[in-house]
Design a protein around this ligand. Sequence first.
Ligand code: ASP
Length: 421
Amino acid sequence: MKQLALHWKILIGMALGVIFGLVMSYVAGGSQFVGDYIKPFGTIFINLLKLIAIPLILASLIKGVSDLKDISKLSQMGGRTILTYISTTLVAVIIGLILVNTIQPGKSISVETRKELVEAYASDANQKREAAAKQSSAGPLQALVDIVPSNIFAAASNNRNMLQIIFFAMFFGIGIILIPEKESTSVKSFFDSFNAVILKLIDLIMLGAPYGVFALLAALVVEAPNLELFKALALYAITLLLGLATMIGVYALFVRVIVKKSISFFFRGIAPAQLLAFSTSSSAATLPVTMECVEDNLGVDKEVTSFVLPIGATINMDGTSVYQGVAAVFIAQAFGLDLSLAAQLGIIFTATLASIGTAAVPSAGIVMLVIVLAQAGIPEAGLALIFAIDRPLDMCRTVVNVTGDAAVSMFVAKSIGKLKN
Ligand code: ASP
């Protein structure tokens, strides 16, 4: 398998994982075996990726910002990045809303199925509701306050605090730019070497990727809920997948028309990160590989990737945005509610904010969905409706989240002359 490209190895690992999981679900004691002896290797793989996320952000952002040498370059790149991220997010929510209003998947759910689903998943939904309640009980500017950590070690002790780490790294990088060069050389060269070491560690971790995704997918297959419920939700899933596919089409167009690169070049380059996003359901865990792909395969300068991608992994979630639009209206339809235009415009606003606030980890999107539902006056019990099918859809929306970050970083790189020809 040595000479195969990494994304093929990952793909083979995924396929074998699904087959193995399917076989084991039919063997007596098979599911138990997978849970006890296969799943832990998937967990170890994800842990390794998460382990590297915070050191990577620190090293690459401090290096990236301090390499910029002057503040005006930083604000120029920062402005463009944030603006493009918000625009793609808005496009994503709107695509989701148009599709769900046209296809109307919620109207096909019968009252009995609705009851069955709500009963089956009520306790899971409650857990997510409680998690969301914690997030939304704060004041309107809490999100801003949360960006600034009061203690860097406390911030670095939780992968959910990615934005705080980004803030600290940028602040530190700016400090380096502002002091005389002869005083900053040693701290700069420390972070340059630190960065090189982290990149090497990522290479090493990725050697285990095919086995990691095998374990993750085998475990997912044996843990999947029963097929009947999946069927009731098929139209909802199709609507969402259509929305996600449309978003992928939007990126393809964006890369072709605005960045002026071939579509196959883009997708070939980003494929390993997409496969990993699919297997891990986490843009944060995928970040190291996204950075590698965008730099090595898509020719984006380190100066841009080290800035644009960590921020993108944390705030730019276009797949999650499509999902929040589709899921909110789907639940409203299933409960027989007709949402007014004003309510739908409200969803565009809250879904955009919610996707920015969504942590880059599995199932974070469904937690933030609670906030979108509450704002729009849609029954939160409806969360239970979509629970059965959330994980596979989470895998797909994470692929879109990661692809969007890559497309935007190509655009930002091109706009400041940092994209290789
Ligand atoms: N799992 C997604 C991500 O990490 C977030 C979500 O649940 O939508 O990108």
